[in-house]
Design a protein around this ligand. Structure first.
Ligand code: ADP
Ligand code: ASP
Ligand code: MG
Length: 401
């Protein structure tokens, strides 16, 4: 079998853990498998590098940021390869470009265009374990790019897809995907299985256990993922197309605190205004999430929407001209909000799921500012200070105390 195993930052945080990963990898190899390993930077390395950069130039170009951040993964691939050598297995470490990762040129959130896996294939044919740096690639100018935070998950899935791997295992610091973040909610339950669509929503709505692009890619290429612990040998969670019927209406509760709310007050209540607003935002390449438009009164209306926290200022800048032109009273953003969501394919056919969530919040005196729903999720916007309480209340309502 060809197996891709990915280990996140906490799984390789120190020498003991690197040795532990080497054991898992060599076990799989000694059972007769071809093994490609993808690793992230150790522990908080990526955050530390970002801090180092900020001390020198808070407005550093994204190209130089990528050059810096890619160094984190270079450390872990070499250390892991050394640990595997020590256990007596043939091994080689490869940087993203050596492993054939071709990306576009959007520095700091590059998209993988192709993985030319010839080199990996050659090394596997030489009976080597191949250790690949996650999170990085090369663009058409031969410059190093990175895939965005949490991007090593996507690196692993991309290799699995391009090499038609039999198995893609994502090893992490929890035992799988849970009904809520198990580090925050102590009675969160591990799920045996979850569908791509549910996992994609969850990942997008703030559950960092898998990067959303990795799930998108796994779904597109039909790669079954297994999320499991690098510390404890127990079955994890399978992410796949269809799963056995469950009685669980919802699968998980997610929290996203990196949200900015943009508010435009006093827009003219006339046709075409919403179009113009969101055209400006789209032109600035900003993703809009929850939108709320007030009822028109005295010829004016307000529009509120959320964007990723880092894009708040950019959105306001993009809207200033339009607001001046149409005579809006003000446009501003804040980041004092959090998005709490429930996700589950079961809610599609069951009424009352949303109201149960709202009841949990109301019982705990938590005010809902905005609401957004789809077939498989309900999201609410609340005050950031209430976020943890809200997750606990909603989780207790659906999964018990
Ligand atoms: P890695 O370094 O292995 O990539 P991450 O820190 O990116 O790991 O993701 C794992 C973390 O995701 C867990 O430690 C956990 O706190 C968090 N998490 C959030 N929501 C969930 C969830 N529903 N199930 C499991 N883990 C979750
Ligand atoms: N090291 C990168 C990060 O911290 C990539 C990853 O962990 O997946 O975001
Ligand atoms: Mg991660």
């Amino acid at each position: 079998m060809l197996i891709v195993q990915k280990f996140g930052g906490s799984s390789v945080a120190n020498a003991e853990r690197v040795n532990n990963v080497a054991r898992i990898v060599t076990d799989a190899y000694r059972q007769g498998n071809e093994v490609v390993v993808v690793v992230s930077a150790q522990g908080d390395t990526t955050d530390d590098l970002i801090e180092k950069a900020a001390e020198i130039n808070p407005n550093a170009s994204k190209r130089e940021m990528d050059m810096l951040l890619a160094a984190g993964e270079q450390i872990s691939i070499s250390l892991l390869a050394m640990a595997i050598e020590k256990l007596g297995c043939p091994v080689i470490s490869l940087l993203g470009w050596q492993a054939g990762f071709e990306t576009n040129s959007t520095y700091s959130s590059a998209r993988i265009k192709r993985v030319n896996a010839e080199r990996i294939r050659t090394e596997l044919d030489r009976k080597k374990i191949v250790v690949v740096a996650g999170f990085q690639g090369l663009n058409k100018y031969d410059d190093v790019t990175t895939l965005g935070r949490g991007g090593s998950d996507t690196s692993a899935v991309a290799i699995a897809a391009s090499m038609h791997a039999d198995l893609c295992q994502i090893f992490t610091d929890v035992e799988g995907v849970y009904t809520a973040d198990p580090r925050k909610i102590h009675n969160a339950q591990k799920l045996d299985e979850i569908t791509y669509d549910e996992m994609l929503e969850l990942a997008t709505l703030g559950a960092q256990v898998l990067n959303n692009r990795s799930v998108e890619m796994a779904k597109k290429y039909g790669i079954e993922l297994e999320v499991l612990s690098s510390m404890k040998q127990v079955p994890g969670t399978k992410v796949k197309e269809a799963i056995k019927m469950e009685k669980m209406l919802i699968k998980s509760v997610a929290k996203d605190t990196s949200v900015a709310r943009v508010m435009i007050v006093g827009l003219p209540d006339s046709p075409g205004i919403a179009f113009k607003v969101f055209e400006c935002v789209a032109r600035a390449h900003i993703n809009v999430d929850i939108i709320l438009q007030s009822v028109g009164r005295d010829g004016t209306k307000d529009i509120t929407f959320t964007v990723p926290a880092g894009d708040g200022e950019k959105a306001v800048d993009a809207l200033k001209d339009l607001c001046d032109r149409v005579g809006a009273k003000s446009v501003a953003f804040d980041t004092d909000v959090a998005k709490i969501s429930i996700v589950g394919a079961g809610m599609e056919t069951h009424e009352g799921v949303a109201s149960k969530m709202f009841e949990a919040l109301s019982d705990n005196n938590i005010n809902i500012q905005n609401i957004s729903t789809s077939e498989i999720k309900v999201s609410v916007l609340i005050d950031k200070v209430d976020a943890d309480r809200a997750v606990a209340a909603v989780h207790a309502k659906f999964f018990g105390d």
